[in-house]
Design a protein around this ligand. Sequence first.
Ligand code: ZN
Length: 158
Amino acid sequence: MNTEALVIKLEADFSFVDKPVYRSICFHTDECYQCSYLIDDLLIYKGREIPPQAIRCVHQEMSCLSAKGWRWVLPSYLRYCLTDEARYNEMETEFLIYNLAPSDEYKADTHQRLSGLNKSQINCLIEFLNWCKQQESWKDYCLEEIEQGIIFLSSIKL
Ligand SMILES: [Zn+2]
């Protein structure tokens, strides 16, 4: 699937959703400092769609976002990954790939974080990883993680 086709698929499958209220955005309990910092950092973003600055602030903390948090962030995050800006600033896409390719010990948690998504959204994530696989930098740099991610997402039964 080329970039244009994937953009169209994203628009169809990942509509923007309301921001989850306060702590429901987080995966962990109040003892997790990262979760608390994340809530504070995200306070200024109240809308359904979030800007690149917000994605920059969550990309390393996706494991602290709950299923509701993922549902809120992903529509903006995925669209961002397909922009030229993301190609120059590659960390966000790289971290998303890693987050979608958990090692065995994190599979259950990751599964839970993706539990707010429906079947077409999971399929769309698989298409996203297939797209990454066609991009020169991702293919060279993290082919193994991309393939692990595709296998992991394909194993999710919905
Ligand atoms: Zn946390």
